[in-house]
Design a protein around this ligand. Structure first.
Ligand SMILES: C[S@@+](CC[C@H](N)C(=O)[O-])C[C@H]1O[C@@H](n2cnc3c(N)ncnc32)[C@H](O)[C@@H]1O
Length: 284
């Protein structure tokens, strides 16, 4: 299978996530972060920068009905299960439109749920209808294939690291399951607009919590490449997939190239150690 873009420690595939996942080697990935379609593009409206704007993200985000949406989530989650190492773990983000469906698929497939995280967005957009609470959080499910597997959790770093940007996290106290992280900062969007770009701080916390240097991190719906940028920044390798060429060519790849340039020296040093276990031929 030909990568759309490859570099040291980096592979980007253009195409349908399920088709590509099926072609990757079994039990080869340490960590998966998946930000799948939330199926919330239902022609409604929200508020952005004080203006009324459509909630529609793209054709890929339209719901096809409860059953078909569930079947899609069931299929990509099943494909991820095959490529994840026995001691690896997977994170899935979503709102109520999709997260219960993903959670049910995980349960049906026998995954073990480690945590669910409430990502609270202090700067979420206001609600226009004034007939309900203002949506200001997303849910992240963290799961592994087998309850007994020894997954990576960098407990001390989560407890004692500098998380001062999060007003909920108290210094030197255990990291709890509610995280306050704002939406992406303007600088993170300088390569172009992706309608559902995740903040770098969210991916930083996930990748630093659940992986080690040199690990392979995979994102089956990589969009603007946020997961890859953070993986490379913290010396992990990255495999990304998306079926919208414009997101990859215009946003993700230029963003990843810049990150690689900055991190190149550090990355070489780490990856050299991993030469013998390089299932993807990610190294030259
Ligand atoms: C919620 S967005 C992910 C955004 C990403 N986390 C970021 O920070 O930019 C979902 C992405 O999945 C892609 N996508 C949706 N369905 C797909 C499929 N079946 N195969 C591959 N990509 C898909 C969309 O093009 C979109 O970029």
């Amino acid at each position: 299978m030909r990568a759309y873009f490859s570099e040291i420690g980096l592979r980007i595939y253009l195409g349908d996530a399920i088709e590509i996942l099926k072609q990757l080697p079994e039990e080869s990935v340490d960590l998966i972060f998946a930000d799948p379609p939330y199926n919330l593009s239902n022609d409604g409206f929200t508020c952005h920068a004080g203006k009324r704007v459509s909630v529609n993200k793209g054709k890929w985000d339209k719901s096809k009905g409860v059953e078909e949406d569930f079947n899609f989530h069931f299929e990509w989650i099943g494909a991820c299960k095959k490529i994840l190492k026995p001691e690896g773990s997977m994170w899935i983000s979503g709102t109520y439109h999709s997260i219960y469906s993903c959670g049910f698929a995980l349960q049906k497939q026998g995954w073990h749920i480690i945590n669910d995280i409430c990502w609270f967005k202090p700067n979420a957009s206001p609600n226009l209808s004034c007939r309900m609470f203002t949506a200001s959080h997303e849910t992240l499910i963290w799961a592994k294939k087998d309850k007994k597997a020894k997954h990576t959790f960098n407990y001390e770093l989560m407890k004692t690291g500098d998380w001062s940007a999060d007003f909920i996290k108290k210094p030197n106290k255990q990291m709890r399951s509610v995280w306050a992280i704002g939406t992406p900062e303007n600088g993170e969007k300088r390569y172009g607009k992706h309608p559902t770009q995740k903040p770098e701080d969210l991916l930083k916390r996930i990748i630093l919590a659940a992986s080690k240097e040199g690990d392979i991190v995979l994102d089956p719906f990589c969009g603007s490449g946020t997961t890859g940028v953070i993986a490379l920044r913290y010396k992990r390798r990255f495999v990304g997939i998306d079926f919208e060429e414009k997101y990859l060519s215009d946003i993700a790849i230029p963003r990843l190239k810049d990150e690689l340039e900055v991190r190149r020296c550090a990355l070489f040093k780490t990856l050299a150690v991993k030469d013998s276990v390089d299932e993807y031929g990610l190294l030259p």
